[in-house]
Design a protein around this ligand. Structure first.
Ligand code: G
Ligand code: G
Ligand code: NA
Ligand code: MN
Length: 251
């Protein structure tokens, strides 16, 4: 009850901010995108990750409100920052189910137009299975019409079938870090990973590997055809000022 009151007040005050994790081109190592990840800047408890509040927010039906705060702040910050970049970086967001269903197409269109780079929405694999009705597909296509890329997050850890994947036809698959860690576990794990990457390619999707923690993993994933890599090996999620410093070092 206390956490709930706290959370609702924080939403009213907008006490959430994006942290940013870079994504690199698997072959060149160049930074090509960033994922925005929600953090709650709590007055007493410091910076809290979604594990501390997202399930409560979902139960209270306010997860989409947090999504909106993160979306607005990240677009403003990143548009400002990337003026100095040689090329615009893609910017991806985690979105809750309600965020898609609410639509708000006009508001989203305005915000998307304010950003020079590609914007993507990452949807959890579980959303894909549960919400495959025509209304949901219609909403997804409206987002696509705005130029928003659809990505499947945590692929391989949830319940999406290949049939569901084909039907929704996302632009990109993000391979769950539990699968990525199989790289180290010998040839069986490697073959499984290769097959999953091939599914992505067969459906003409881009493939991102998440949770890349070592150089060895990065090299193997590049060889297997992943086009983007993300993980602690390259950078952890960081606050905006740290992102700016990180990007300046890349130039
Ligand atoms: O970095 P990490 O602890 O930030 O994120 C954990 C999980 O929380 C992510 O995998 C993602 O599923 C979820 N998440 C992060 N940011 C957001 C957000 O802005 N909105 C929603 N709905 N989920 C988020
Ligand atoms: O996919 P999701 O949106 O759940 O992914 C973001 C989460 O993964 C965040 O909690 C982030 O902190 C975490 N994360 C990012 N890179 C790595 C990594 O290399 N290793 C591990 N263990 N977690 C990571
Ligand atoms: Na994500
Ligand atoms: Mn993920």
């Amino acid at each position: 009850k206390e956490v709930a009151d706290d959370l609702l007040l924080a939403i009213e005050n907008g006490d959430f901010e994006p942290f940013y994790q870079p994504q690199v081109n698997a072959v060149t190592g160049q930074v090509v995108g960033i994922e925005a990840l929600a953090r709650w800047r709590h007055p007493d408890k410091g910076v809290l990750a979604p594990a501390a509040f997202l399930s409560v927010a979902t139960d209270l039906n306010v997860a989409a409100d947090i999504d909106r705060i993160i979306f607005e702040k990240a677009i403003a910050e990143c548009e400002h920052a990337f003026g100095a970049m040689p090329h615009p970086l893609s910017l991806s967001f985690n979105v809750s189910e309600n965020r898609v269903n609410d639509g708000e197409i006009d508001a989203i269109r305005r915000q998307v137009q304010a950003y020079s780079g590609q914007i993507s929405f990452e949807l959890l694999e579980t959303i894909f299975l549960e919400e495959q009705d025509d209304e949901f597909l219609f909403r997804l296509n409206q987002l696509r019409d705005l130029g928003i890329g659809i990505e499947v997050d945590d692929f391989g850890s949830g319940r999406a079938s290949v049939v569901a994947l084909q039907r929704i036809n996302p632009e990109r698959l993000k391979i769950d870090r539990r699968l990525v860690s199989l790289v180290a576990e010998g040839s069986g794990g490697l073959r499984l990973l290769r097959s999953i990457i091939e599914i992505g390619h067969a459906l003409e999707m881009g493939v991102t590997a998440e949770g890349v923690e070592t150089r060895e993993q990065a090299e193997i994933l590049a060889k297997l055809g992943c086009d983007r890599l993300q993980g602690f090996h390259f950078a952890k999620p960081m606050a905006f000022p740290d992102l700016i410093r990180f990007l300046e070092l890349q130039r």
